[in-house]
Design a protein around this ligand. Structure first.
Ligand code: NAI
Length: 476
């Protein structure tokens, strides 16, 4: 069998790499319109950072896994084609700011229609609105050449960045939606056969196409909703003296609820949660279900509130002004173990601090400096990119980032931040020295002992100064 995947991004790359690893009898060609991205996939430094990905790619590349810009040949030769292109939120026209922009999916479908000379199974891997398969089918059938048959399947991807390889190798479930016809069932069987190379059959779920499409949006909406729920309670904790970690633990031990995704933080980011919920909201509005739309809108509103609340807390703590103050930002990726910055909470935090006149010293172990500058100078973030460039410095070492700063703001939960030498950091910072832990990963008691003022999410700490006046904190 020959497989082609259109879109060599965060989903297409790891998915095809694992498929190639587990299916030596299948040839997989991953194509992209971006020659730069394909060149990176064929180089020593892959375009995305994902633990374990390098090893898998190196094992399979040019054996049964190929990266190419020759989209025409790959489509012509393939029996089965994954569409794994980006489906961002629309930035203009009707549905702007909410609906998914399907222009890349449409262009992939049109390429297939134009190039195909034999039967194809076309698989939606991208996250799409419910009934998008219908639009793809419409394009394919309207341009159908005689004797060519198309089947459309929905096969949404549930991997999470940062754990993509493990998620793909040990998927909780693989979901395949298809048409309820004899041909549809056959196509589902063919795709299922690929996954059965490494996923137990009982974990391969088959549904109708629309259920499959909606399940992906629903899964992301549920995950994000849990984060917004615990984040909403973090505000209550700060106002009452409760500790959100203790609350999360107590709540999560209920087996009906479970403990995952109950970690309060500065807010969720990533390319998917917000985009997919906005898409769900848009669909609900169009289906004349305003109450349902309003319900899910709250998940996003709460996330925006949390990001704003955290940024505001920094400013208030620093005597209500950060103008000309140097602030270290540790972590810029939207979560640990990825270099992806799409919708990262760090952008909102940096934007707010820059608007207030702060100077930022930023360090992230995996995000490229150009990416940080691109994100912070984007027109949606600032009207004066030149001023931003003057106010931001990117560091390749956390100790140089924190030197002579008034505050350290932790935005990403990278493991390496837990083990930094905070005594050394304290000594190199301006006093009073503040730490704002947006991920709740640091040892706050220890930081207080060192002399830091500590602020985090969902727990109020005594000020270090107050503790010291009581003789609790040793002077350094
Ligand atoms: P991405 O932006 O990293 O990659 C998409 C790639 O498609 C880009 O390299 C782009 O150049 C290419 N492309 C776009 N149109 C093309 C065309 N007509 N021909 C050839 N190449 C084309 O996007 P990512 O993150 O991989 O997401 C892809 C889809 O998977 C989206 O629908 C997303 O919602 C979904 N998804 C993403 C997850 C994630 O963690 N990033 C997880 C699960 C689903």
């Amino acid at each position: 069998m020959k497989v082609c995947c259109i879109g060599a991004g965060y989903v297409g790359g790891p998915t095809c790499a694992v498929m190639a690893l587990k299916c030596p009898d299948i040839t997989i060609t991953l194509v992209d319109k971006s020659a730069e991205r394909i060149a990176q996939w064929n180089s020593e430094k892959l375009p995305i950072y994902e633990p374990g990905l390098d090893e898998v790619v190196k094992k399979c590349r040019n054996v049964n896994l190929f990266f190419s810009t020759d989209i025409t040949t790959a489509i012509k030769e393939a029996d089965l084609i994954f569409i794994s292109v980006n489906t961002p939120t629309k930035t203009c026209g009707s549905g702007k700011g909410r609906a998914a922009d399907l222009k890349y999916v449409e262009s992939a479908a049109r390429m297939i229609a134009e190039i195909a000379q034999s039967n194809k199974i076309v698989v939606e891997k991208s996250t799409v609105p419910v009934r998008a398969a219908e639009s793809i089918m419409h394009i394919l059938r309207a341009n159908q050449k005689p004797g060519i048959h198309y089947d459309i399947l929905s096969n949404p991807e549930f991997l999470a960045e940062g754990t993509a390889i493990n998620d793909l190798l040990n998927a909780d479930r693989v979901l395949i939606g298809g048409e309820e016809t004899a041909e549809g069932h056959q196509a589902v069987e063919k795709l299922s056969w690929i996954y059965e190379h490494w996923i137990p059959k009982k974990h391969i779920l088959t549904t109708n196409t629309w259920s499959s499409e909606l399940s992906k949006l629903a899964a992301n909406a549920f995950l994000a909703q849990r984060i917004s729920s615990i984040n909403s309670l973090s505000a209550v904790c700060e106002a009452t003296g409760a500790d959100v970690s203790e609350v999360a633990r107590a709540v999560g031990l209920d087996s009906r609820i479970g403990s995952k995704f109950l970690q309060a933080s500065v807010g969720f980011g990533g390319s998917c949660f917000q985009k997919d919920i906005l898409n769900l909201i848009y669909i609900c509005e169009n289906l004349n279900l305003p109450e349902v739309a309003a319900y899910w809108q709250q998940v996003i509103d709460m996330n925006d509130y949390q990001k704003r609340r955290f940024s505001q807390k920094i400013i208030e703590s620093l005597f209500n002004t950060v103008s000309d103050k140097r602030i270290a930002i540790l972590g810029f990726a939207f979560k640990k173990n990825t270099g992806d910055t799409r919708e990262t909470a760090a952008i909102t935090v940096c934007q707010t601090l820059l608007e207030e006149g702060a100077k930022l010293e930023i360090y992230d172990p995996k995000v490229e400096p150009e990416q940080i500058i691109d994100d912070l100078t984007h027109p949606s973030v600032t009207e004066s990119p030149e001023n931003v460039k003057k106010a931001v410095q990117i560091h390749s070492d956390p100790y140089s980032a924190v030197r002579a700063t008034h505050a350290l703001v932790l935005c990403t939960e990278w493991d390496e931040f837990v083990d930094l030498d905070y005594k050394r950091i304290y000594q190199s910072m301006m006093k009073p020295a503040y730490i704002f832990d947006g991920r709740k990963i640091l040892d706050h008691e220890r930081l207080l002992q060192i002399g830091f003022h500590v602020q985090t999410i969902g727990k109020k700490y005594q000020r270090a100064g107050l503790l010291r006046s009581w003789g609790i904190v040793p002077q350094l």
